[in-house]
Design a protein around this ligand. Sequence first.
Ligand SMILES: Cc1cc2nc3c(=O)[nH]c(=O)nc-3n(C[C@H](O)[C@H](O)[C@H](O)COP(=O)(O)OP(=O)(O)OC[C@H]3O[C@@H](n4cnc5c(N)ncnc54)[C@H](O)[C@@H]3O)c2cc1C
Length: 375
Amino acid sequence: MTSYWLSEPSPPRRDVEVDDPEIVVVGGGVTGCAAALRLAESGKRVRLYDGRAVAEGASGRNGGFALRGMPAAFDVTAESVGEEDARTMLAWTERAIDTIESLAGDSFRRVGSLRLAVDEEERDELRTEYEALVAAGFAAEWIESFEPPLAGRFTAALHHVPDGVLQPARWVRRLAALAADAGVEIREHTRVESLEELGSATVVVCTDGYPSGLLREIEGLIIPTRGQVIATEPVPERYFEVPHYGRHGFDYWHQAEDGRIVAGGFRDVSFDSEFTADEQLTEPVQTALHRFVNDLMGRELRVDYAWAGIFGMVMDFLPVVGRVPGLDGVWVAGGYSGHGNVLGFACGELVASAVLGNDEPLLAHFEPGRLLNLG
Ligand SMILES: Cc1cc2nc3c(=O)[nH]c(=O)nc-3n(C[C@H](O)[C@H](O)[C@H](O)COP(=O)(O)OP(=O)(O)OC[C@H]3O[C@@H](n4cnc5c(N)ncnc54)[C@H](O)[C@@H]3O)c2cc1C
């Protein structure tokens, strides 16, 4: 079965050819399309390659949550990068959500997101994050009472007010169409096998968890990790307009526009087997997802779509953006640890800005060479 998001037909896109590109982008997901758009708007001759079609990687296979911030909670990020830089990062991703909203049309809805606590320990963690957000001046709400079907299941929730939800494939296909309008040539179904075949062009590798074979020393250090998702038959009750996620993000679900419950996660039921770049579905995770949704809704729901995608995990939960160590003229943006819808867009723009020669202070924290020391 395929991704529910990708089952929608692609919109038309301008056919563009670029001779002798100055910059080649590898990867046609949200990162590559955002980078290519920004570079073309700055007057560069840009060609983008994808081994599949636009959005057929994680960008068209994810949960659709458009979340601000880094993969780790705000207070945890502040511990690792410092209070001021954590604030800068959060504000930067909030601005990225504003830009997504301005470009995405009906593929984005600004509904907020609900991070749920299943037990006292998670509740304490969320409360700490909530207090840190409010103290730093960011919008957040604390919720302690729930209507069915959430009542009795969760002890509290942190409402991230500026977040939203995407039809992610529709969004990234739209972004690709904008890039083509700006003059980007998009070559689909063409895998780049080596840097040598790209001649002297500057290369920007935007492949997140999908191994590109192009990153030399840091290849594999953005760890391919499988996520599995299901979409049920349409449900008439509308309980989950907002992205919901609990158990430290291991379970996540919401309702698509047509009422289907889209649920993903449960990697932890067979943790080790999910560190892979293979998109195969597995019985333990699929069963756990189906059981979870049936339990939540109090009845058996049919699963109409089930799929997997690969995201790139990084041990310090910060993205990887900058020059690839040991390779002249090669840049990378990826490693969002399952949090790449907004962060991928922001990092695509960031890497493009850096390639254009702008000074980008955030790159100090996202430096690819650090992966060699992370273990
Ligand atoms: C199941 C799942 C659920 C997720 N849920 C969420 C969520 O709800 N919210 C969120 O923020 N994030 C989520 N993520 C993470 C998010 O989807 C990704 O971080 C993001 O889409 C990465 O975008 P990207 O453009 O960097 O990479 P991708 O969209 O993965 O695109 C990479 C592309 O590179 C291509 N490629 C690789 N190597 C080559 C090569 N050598 N030559 C040519 N092409 C190549 C691949 O074909 C692929 O299309 C989820 C991920 C998964 C898998």
